[in-house]
Design a protein around this ligand. Structure first.
Ligand code: C2E
Ligand code: CA
Ligand code: CA
Length: 404
């Protein structure tokens, strides 16, 4: 602020004449600051956040003074008006700071100097102070009145909504990041294995590895994977869970394969491909699990060809669940197509599910793939699947996912 004082002397008049619009495009808070500052004919507008015993300038609009008052700078709370205004010792509206003894006595009033000051405290929904939405000028400004304060409050409310939502988002993101970091550091997960059987004989042919998490909060594995992805750790989590599953490969019965869920993003990662390639891939199947549209099929196909050349089978997971799974099937020529559980459910009593499944059987025959029906829970579903020409199935009817 000392620098600010000097710089205001040097630069202020010319910068005000220029009336630079320093708002960064599309930033609502920045525009609110700029608009209210110009409207009130003030020199500096800022939004600050209290962090411990300091106030940190989050957004600043002070044309010509960018070098001296910048977002990220902070000041001790004791040295500025902020704390006093929050505590009610100074008013929100001070057209002339000389009229307020406690403002007049603060060193900052002379240093900047601050002639006029108008500010609205921002509070979080629980009432806790967040910071200040503030305009100030070197000169006193006798025209500032309660209507200006009301206008200021409207802008402050708008800005507050934005910054508090941002803070909330950051908080959620940071909590998630810490949770995933702890999960990875502690290895609080383990694989379970669910058989995929021949419908005719009941013999297991594959075992799908599914991950279980012993960490709070309790939730399904796909939620953990999504959260890891959202904080940039999706591939790290896939690598670790895959490693744990691969460690059990040799415990699976002879003549069966381990089936691993792998996202297309993970298949683009050289470390994951290497991790897979270091195993006996003639005992592995890779289930391409993805609900989003894949843009780069070429790279995905390359990664899969490499794994296939080393003996892996490729499966498309959740076929029939969405548009992208059909794209996968057409583009990736899998050995196995896993029909989504939604298609299996009540297939014995639902003609439209039966006809879609039949179409898939026809398609599979044409392309040399085999179909696995997922989520089979009843004998009636199993019997219907068999009559449709499906010979492999997975579901609670044949075995739950279990530890090995
Ligand atoms: P998915 O790959 O489609 O896995 C099948 C899900 O269906 C599993 O849920 C399994 O426990 C469940 N299931 C199996 N048979 C039946 C049944 O007869 N009835 C019903 N109602 N459900 C059945 P789970 O283990 O909760 O996994 C959910 C999803 O989380 C998986 O869907 C997969 O997308 C993801 N996931 C789980 N483990 C892993 C993993 O290690 N890596 C990756 N990348 N994804 C995983
Ligand atoms: Ca799967
Ligand atoms: Ca599935």
């Amino acid at each position: 602020m000392r620098d600010l004082a000097r710089s205001i002397d040097n630069d202020l008049d010319s910068s005000i004449d220029n009336d630079l619009d320093s708002s960064s495009g599309g930033d609502l808070v920045q525009r609110a600051l700029s608009t209210i500052r110009k409207h009130l004919n003030m020199e500096v507008a800022y939004l600050s956040r209290i962090e411990g015993d300091r106030t940190v300038f989050q957004r600043v609009d002070a044309p010509g003074l960018e070098a001296v008052i910048q977002p990220g700078q902070s000041m001790p709370l004791d040295a500025v008006y902020c704390g006093h205004i929050l505590e009610g010792r100074l008013p929100q509206l001070m057209p002339d700071t000389a009229d307020f003894p406690s403002a007049r006595e603060m060193p900052i009033t002379q240093q900047v100097p601050i002639g006029s000051h108008i500010s609205i405290p921002i509070r979080r929904p629980n009432g806790e102070p967040y910071g200040m939405f503030c305009c100030l000028s070197r000169k006193a400004n006798g025209s500032l009145n309660d209507r200006d304060l009301d206008t200021m409050r409207m802008f402050a409310d708008l800005a507050a909504e934005v910054v508090i939502a941002e803070e909330e988002r950051d908080h959620v993101h940071n909590t998630a990041r810490e949770r995933i970091a702890a999960l990875l550091a502690r290895g609080s997960f383990y694989p379970v294995f669910q058989p995929i059987v021949e419908l005719d004989t009941g013999r297991p042919v594959f075992f799908e590895a599914l991950t279980r998490f012993d960490a709070e909060p309790m939730r399904t594995p796909d939620t953990w994977f999504k959260e890891a992805e959202a904080v940039g750790k999706g591939i790290a989590l896939e690598a670790e869970t895959m490693r744990s599953a691969l460690e059990c490969l040799e415990t699976l019965p002879m003549n069966t394969r381990l089936s691993l869920n792998v996202s297309p993003a993970a298949l683009h990662d050289p470390e994951i491909v290497e991790l897979l390639a270091n195993n006996r891939l003639e005992r592995v199947m890779v289930e391409v699990t993805e609900h989003a549209i894949v843009e780069d099929y070429l790279t995905l196909k390359e990664a899969l060809s490499k794994l296939r050349a080393l003996g892996a089978y490729i499966a498309i997971d959740d076929a029939g669940a969405g548009y992208s799974s059909f794209q996968h099937i057409v583009n990736l020529q899998p050995e196995i197509i896993k029909l989504d559980m939604n298609l299996t459910r009540d297939i014995d009593s639902d003609p439209s599910r039966r006809s879609l499944a039949s179409a898939m059987v026809f398609f599979a025959k044409e392309t040399g793939a085999r179909i696995v029906a997922e989520g089979v829970e009843t004998e009636a579903e199993a019997a219907t699947l068999k009559t449709l020409g499906i010979d492999l199935a997975q579901g609670y009817l044949f075995g739950r996912p279990l530890k090995r």
